[in-house]
Design a protein around this ligand. Structure first.
Ligand SMILES: [Zn+2]
Length: 184
C-alpha cells in the first residue's frame, strides 16, 4: 500500500508539473499525456477503496466512475487535437515543453522501479505488472520530447500527431478497463 501511495505521489507531481507547462506552451500532445497520467493515477483509487473497505461493490462503482471521467477527458483531448489539425498553432516555450517530457519519462521510471521493488518483495504479479505499465508510460511521455524536437526544427504538425496517438492509446486502455470491471 505504501509503495502504491509513493508511486502515485510521484506520478501526481509529474502530472501537475506537466499541467503547468501545458498552460504556458499550449501543446496538445502534452495535454493528452497529462490526461493519460492523471487517468492512470485515478484508476488506482478503486483498488485503494476495495483494499480499505474490503468491498467488491464499492470497487466496481468507483471503477465505473473513473472510467467515465477518463473517457470524458480523453474525448475532450481528442476534440482539442482535431481542433489543432484544423487550426494549426505552434506551441511556445519549447524548453519548458522539453522539461515536461523529461519529467514524464523520469516520473514514470521512478514509479516503475518503486512498483517492481515492492512487487518482488511481496511477490505480487499485479504490482510488477503496474511497474511494466509505468515504464511503458515513460515511452509515451518520450513522445513529448520527440514532438518538441520536431516543433523546434519547424514541423509543428508533430504536436497534434503525437496527441492523436496518445488519445488513441487512452481510449484503448479505457476500453480495456471497462471490460475488466464488467467481468470482475
Ligand atoms: Zn498508462
Amino acid at each position: 500500500m505504501r509503495a502504491v501511495g509513493l508511486s502515485l505521489a510521484v506520478l501526481l507531481a509529474a502530472a501537475i508539473t506537466q499541467l503547468a507547462v501545458f498552460l504556458v506552451s499550449d501543446s496538445v500532445a502534452l495535454l493528452t499525456d497529462v490526461i493519460h497520467n492523471g487517468g492512470d493515477a485515478l484508476t488506482a483509487i478503486p483498488l485503494g477503496i476495495a483494499f480499505l473497505l474490503r468491498s467488491q461493490r464499492g470497487e466496481r462503482w468507483a471503477g465505473y466512475c473513473v472510467v467515465a471521467v477518463v473517457l470524458a477527458s480523453a474525448l475532450l483531448a481528442l476534440v482539442q487535437v482535431i481542433e489543432r489539425f484544423i487550426h494549426p498553432q505552434t506551441p511556445t516555450h519549447l524548453w519548458a515543453l522539453l522539461v515536461a517530457g523529461i519529467v514524464g519519462v523520469v516520473g514514470n521510471e521512478i514509479a516503475a522501479v518503486i512498483r517492481w521493488r515492492a512487487g518482488r518483495k511481496l511477490s505480487s504479479p499485479a504490482l510488477i505488472a503496474d511497474g511494466h505499465h509505468a515504464r511503458a508510460d515513460g515511452y509515451v511521455s518520450a513522445g513529448i520530447i520527440v514532438s518538441t524536437v520536431f516543433i523546434a526544427v519547424g514541423v509543428p504538425v508533430a504536436d497534434p500527431i503525437i496527441g492523436l496517438l496518445i488519445s488513441a492509446l487512452i481510449l484503448h486502455t479505457t476500453w480495456e478497463s471497462w471490460v475488466t470491471i464488467r467481468r470482475g
